[in-house]
Design a protein. Structure first.
Lengths: 80, 158
């Protein structure tokens, strides 16, 4: 129940495959202010591992990951 | 000050599947904010050629014909079957909505991945700077590639 956190930007990555989701997330995060939250939805199961890994290497924070049938929703906070 | 955490990818192979892997990794690295350089040598030069026929002398022109460059010309390292494999792979990639190789290269360029060409390979195979796509930064040698690699945390040879 992480829906109390409000996303500043929403990004639809449904249907996209590696490495494009990570590219789009990094571009969207670039345009956010520090502390801003991005909500991204994707359908490629690979993002379950890849977006947290990307966040780890860039120093950003994945606030939540939710999976409803095929759609995976991420909340990502820009830390720096 | 150099950050010493870049990524250097030496693209030696000129086959669709290996070039695909190289560009995917480069994109991932660039998306993680790393300075990323790709050094195309030997068969790898094909991935950054415009795709026109190349060569001056007899052997050079033969090479340009039999080993034609261009990102849409190269076939997979296995199951190419004289071009049928390339067509099949493209078809399968499209139906699974995988980004096509040319778009992948464009994404890498848009993300600031630097493309370097091996000068010796170009000379031996009679490939001119004009035969390469405009986004190639320059042609260079092993010292330039190593200088990038010395400042990298990850160096790959594909």
């Amino acid at each position: 129940m992480s829906q109390e956190i409000k996303a500043d930007v929403k990004l639809n990555l449904e249907g996209l495959l590696c490495p494009i989701p990570v590219v789009k997330v990094s571009q969207a995060i670039k345009n956010l202010a520090v502390g801003g939250v991005l909500e991204a939805t994707a359908t490629d199961p690979g993002v379950l591992a890849d977006i947290p890994a990307w966040a780890k290497s860039t120093g950003n924070e994945v606030l939540s990951i939710e999976r409803q049938s095929k759609v995976i929703t991420f909340l990502i906070k820009k830390v720096k | 000050m150099e950050k010493n955490d870049g990524v250097t990818i030496i693209v030696f192979s000129g086959e669709m599947d290996k070039v695909f892997a190289a560009f995917s990794i480069a994109i991932g690295a660039a998306a993680a904010g790393k300075e990323t350089n790709m050094f195309f040598t030997f068969w790898g030069v094909k991935a950054i050629q415009k795709g026109n026929l190349t060569g001056k002398g007899f052997f050079g022109r033969m090479m340009g014909l039999m080993n034609r460059g261009g990102i849409n010309t190269i076939g997979p390292s296995r199951f190419n079957f004289g071009g049928i494999g390339r067509w099949m792979f493209k078809y399968m990639m499209k139906s699974h909505k995988v980004t096509l190789l040319e778009e992948l290269r464009k994404t890498a360029i848009d993300l600031g991945v630097k493309l370097l060409a091996c000068e010796v390979s170009m000379q031996v195979m009679e490939i001119d700077a004009d035969d390469l796509i405009d986004e190639v930064e320059k042609s260079c040698g092993v010292a330039t590639m190593l200088e990038k690699a010395f400042h990298s945390q990850v160096t790959l040879f594909i």
